[in-house]
Write a protein that binds this ligand. Structure first.
Ligand code: FRU
Length: 325
């Protein structure tokens, strides 16, 4: 039939959240444009041991290509190397491993992202103020790189202090707990830099509860569209700014198909970022909601086309049947 599977792609996601869901949807939608591609996504909840199991499963299953967002770099590196050494092409995305045993990498430059945020904050503070950083999981390269980029941008300013950096594991509730401690420790905080919007929301909620949210400004990362996510947090004033961390799921599948079909592909693909603040959040929201309606239309169209082909196939069978009589 027209549904023959030629290639099986295994995707190992390190986390389960809106950013991952958006990316998964992009990958599945992009895969509809190729014949005979099956995308199998396995997701863990920020758990290294479980992610290693998922990758082992894909290796044993003999997938044609592995896509992986490594939860923490050190523990996940060996099993990715194992897949690569067995001849399975590997696309690493979003976060990195500690090895060059991979076929291609796709993602934003997290060091540059942290630096852009540091510059934004330094400008906002006019060179003077106290910052606390609520960071992602310490062993994720995105958390390490964002922190280093951020520090490199603010360190030339003697009037700016990074009071503390706390690991909140990319999670909202943990960020709330960390913020609670930070508020007790520090009577004067001017800026809260959260390494993602979810953690920014958790930190904001606790500061608000304690009547201190108005004393400080919140900066996040991701800038997802949709209700309650980053762009809306800027529009309702909880965030002063957030920075786009592109999901790029469509690019991942395009590059996977180039690798599988032995076409040229870039070994490193750097996705761009941009600030979202009060000056552009409104237009960003309008455009992303428009894109969402177009995405739905693509999915509806695809559903209609496969219905059409199925019906066409049965009609052919019926026709053959009647000719044979
Ligand atoms: C999603 C996420 C994002 C963050 C990225 C960092 O799982 O936590 O919020 O920007 O991973 O790797």
């Amino acid at each position: 039939t027209h549904r023959d599977v030629h290639f099986r792609i295994g995707v190992s996601q390190c986390s389960d959240d809106e950013w991952r869901h958006q990316m998964n949807n992009e990958m599945l939608r992009e895969a509809l444009f190729y014949d005979g591609v099956e995308v199998d996504i396995r997701t863990v909840k920020d758990d290294n041991a479980q992610q290693i199991e998922d990758i082992r499963h894909f290796i044993q299953e003999g997938v044609d290509l592995l896509v992986v967002a490594p939860n923490e770099a050190a523990p996940i590196t060996p099993v990715v190397e194992e897949a690569f050494d067995r001849g399975i092409p590997v696309i690493v995305f979003d976060r990195k491993i500690l090895s060059d045993k991979y076929t291609a990498y796709i993602g934003a430059d997290n060091y540059e992202l942290g630096k852009a945020i540091g510059n934004y904050v330094a400008n906002m503070l006019h060179g003077r103020g106290n910052i606390v950083e609520i960071a992602g999981l310490t062993g994720s390269t995105s958390a390490m790189d964002r922190h280093q980029g951020f520090v490199s941008a603010i360190s030339p300013y003697p009037g700016i202090q990074l009071l503390a950096r706390e690991d909140a594991g990319w999670l909202r509730s943990e960020a709330g707990e960390r913020m609670d401690t930070l508020l007790k420790r520090f009577p004067e905080i001017d800026v809260v830099y959260a390494q993602n919007d979810r953690m920014a929301a958790g930190a904001y909620a606790v500061a608000k509860q304690q009547g201190r949210a108005e004393e400080m400004r919140f900066i996040g990362t991701d800038a997802l569209p949709g209700e309650g996510y980053g762009v809306e947090q800027v529009l309702n004033g909880q965030l002063d700014a957030t920075f786009i961390y592109p999901t790029g799921g469509d690019r991942v599948i395009q590059i996977a198909m180039d690798i599988l079909n032995k076409r040229d592909y870039p070994r490193e693909t750097v996705l761009g970022t941009s600030v979202v603040d009060a000056t552009n959040a409104q237009i960003m929201q309008m455009q992303t909601s428009h894109i969402a309606t177009l995405d739905e239309k693509i999915e509806t169209m695809n559903g209609k086309m496969s219905q059409f082909f199925d019906r066409y196939a049965t009609q052919q069978v019926v026709l053959y049947g009647s000719l044979l009589v």
